[in-house]
Design a protein around this ligand. Structure first.
Ligand code: AMP
Ligand code: AMP
Length: 337
């Protein structure tokens, strides 16, 4: 019987795997985890993981694809899929994959990403193509930078010229450094109901930038501290209710624009990484087109997810709910790639 229980939800053992598989189990699915040896002892602790398939390294993932297909698995990708397998390997995955692979090229190219957000009328920080135009503090980001590595901050044009000399990356963008509070908004867009939900919001905790304020600036003088943006964790955030209006509208415009730019558009979980200025304006610095690690704060639901659902719904569980709904409506092909 091709009932919903015959499908298994599978993911790689890292990032938000626990959330994804707990959510899948709560929705009645069998769960499968693909893990490297160093992580087995962690994942064996949890009863909601029905089966663990071991691979010696992430690059061995293609070798177990046949097995996953035979298991009737649906893969839910998370941050480690792109980080460890790379975009091309993601595109090559033959196991049914939740989400639209067409967004990968748009997301990974900083300029395409910017074009997408701009065409959605989502405010983005100013970009400087000519260093001589720099008239505000800037952040210089190399193309492949992730997790806050590969960046430098320059407070003005002169400092930029000095620091660029020792910057190793050839391809980089120069962006206005927006001063404000960061808010990472976790959305879920259902292609089945065409509704957008905000499920939760987090702030990243980044070292050392989030601790600089603990040392008064006069004590910092002469220390030569450079801000860095290395993620160490996340903390939860709720927004002023008035700011939710903009947050929803930005998300909706992002989805609408995606439908014009890429076949099928964006669906499922995504995150707009925003900085909110004192004028209460959002500037979006990045879009992540999958479940982000900050959602791990909300495994047992969030203040927002309980507004839509009478149960504890994490982003991981919301994905499982969508897969379940698609199976019921015989529309699974609409949400998988
Ligand atoms: P890990 O689960 O530590 O193996 O991380 C997998 C990928 O997700 C890496 O590329 C990390 O940089 C990224 N990542 C892990 N945790 C977070 C987090 N809390 N916020 C943002 N990115 C993260
Ligand atoms: P990203 O890799 O683009 O997510 O950026 C890493 C971190 O750098 C963010 O979480 C922010 O703290 C900071 N950041 C990136 N871009 C900007 C910007 N334009 N203005 C201020 N902070 C930024």
């Amino acid at each position: 019987m091709a009932g919903r229980l015959s499908y298994k939800i599978a993911t790689l053992g890292s990032h938000s795997a626990l959330q994804i598989l707990k959510g899948a189990k709560d929705e009645g699915f069998q769960t499968l985890l693909v893990a490297t040896p160093g992580r087995l002892s962690l994942y064996k602790r949890f009863k909601f993981i029905d089966k663990i398939i071991q691979i010696s390294s992430y690059s061995d993932f293609p070798k177990i694809e046949k097995q996953l297909i035979a298991e009737n698995a649906v893969i839910v990708p998370h941050g480690s899929f792109v980080a460890y397998l790379g975009i091309d390997e993601n595109k090559k995955i033959n196991v049914p994959y939740f989400g639209n692979k067409a967004v990968l090229d748009w997301e990974s190219d900083r300029l395409k990403q910017r074009y997408w957000l701009e065409s959605a009328n989502v405010p983005v920080p100013r970009r400087f193509t000519h260093p001589s135009d720099i008239d505000v503090p800037v952040l210089v980001k190399s193309y492949g930078a992730a997790g806050g590595h590969g960046y430098f901050f320059a407070k003005n044009k002169g400092e930029f010229k000095q620091k660029i000399k020792s910057f190793k990356a050839k391809n980089y963008i120069i962006q206005e450094y927006v001063i404000g509070v960061s808010a990472y908004i976790h959305y879920f867009y259902s292609p089945l109901t065409q509704k957008l939900e905000i499920l939760s919001i987090d702030r990243r905790y980044e070292t050392n930038v989030d601790s600089l304020g603990r040392i008064p600036s006069h004590n910092q003088q002469g220390l030569g501290i450079e801000p860095s943006f290395v993620v160490v964790g996340n903390s939860p955030l709720v927004l002023r209710e008035s700011l939710l209006v903009d947050a929803f509208e930005m998300g909706e415009r992002t989805i609408a624009a995606s439908k014009k730019l890429m076949k099928g558009g964006l669906w499922g979980p995504f995150c707009l990484e925003a900085i909110i200025t004192p004028a209460q304006e959002f500037f979006v610095i990045e879009i992540s087109c999958r479940i982000v690690a900050g959602t791990n704060l909300f495994i047992n639901g969030s203040p927002y997810s309980s507004l839509y659902w009478d149960k504890e719904v994490s982003t991981g569980r919301r994905i499982a709910m969508e897969i379940k709904d698609a199976i019921k409506k015989r529309l699974l092909s609409k949400i998988l790639n």
